[in-house]
Unconditional design. Structure first.
Length: 211
């Protein structure tokens, strides 16, 4: 009975480890300005940090910023920091006017080849409306999309216009092939890790039983 319990526990741990490896990706970690932040002074650029280093490949990674009219206000796709490849920055050629801004991003993980994408909002010199808070929470994939206390029904910002969801990067390298290869690689690594964990556990158990 003890052996069965031990083997079962080892299998559960190994499977969990394998799943963690398979579903790893370079997701959003934090940014400056931060997600949903209201800044009074218009920034001249935005810094976005991800949970893993990104693989530098043309068209695979981007940080693009759009205004309320869905017009891109940032300079191209941004720049990957060679000294810290979890960091992508993008500049604003013109001064941002008061209002809401939508940041759309995409990444290709250097660790497992998995691609990811998403979006979030920040505000310049205006408080978000209730509708904007709900919409931006949905864009960011937050489970709780309820507005924060103190938000107004109309607010100082212009009424939210329909906002397109994050789209894949232009050009090759972010068409899902990298994600598929990453998943396969992650699956192989996860399987090897599972076998190693179970095998090591059985050897340890047998040694203790003989002692």
């Amino acid at each position: 009975m003890t052996r069965r319990i031990f083997v079962g526990t080892a299998l559960v741990v190994a499977i969990a480890l394998g799943q963690a490896l398979v579903f790893a990706h370079a997701g959003y970690d934090h940014s400056v300005p931060d997600r949903d932040e209201v800044v009074q002074a218009a920034p001249d650029h935005i810094d976005v940090y991800f949970t893993q280093e990104v693989f530098k490949q043309a068209g695979a990674n981007y940080v693009r910023v759009f205004d309320e009219a869905d017009v891109q206000v940032s300079d191209g796709d941004g720049v990957v920091d060679d000294d810290d490849r979890t960091h992508i920055s993008t500049a604003f050629p013109s001064t941002l006017t008061p209002g809401r801004y939508i940041v759309r991003w995409a990444t290709l993980s250097d660790e497992d080849g998995d691609d990811d994408s998403g979006a979030f909002c920040f505000y310049v010199a205006v408080e978000p409306t209730v509708a904007q808070q709900v919409e931006c929470a949905e864009l960011a994939g937050e489970e709780d999309a309820s507005p924060t206390p103190g938000a107004t029904a109309t607010g100082g910002a212009t009424q939210a216009s329909p906002v397109a969801t994050a789209t894949p990067a232009d050009g090759g390298g972010n068409d899902g092939g990298g994600g598929l290869n990453g998943a396969l690689i992650g699956g192989v690594i996860g399987g090897v890790a599972a076998v190693a964990v179970v095998g090591a556990g059985l050897v340890l158990w047998q040694r203790r039983s003989k002692a």
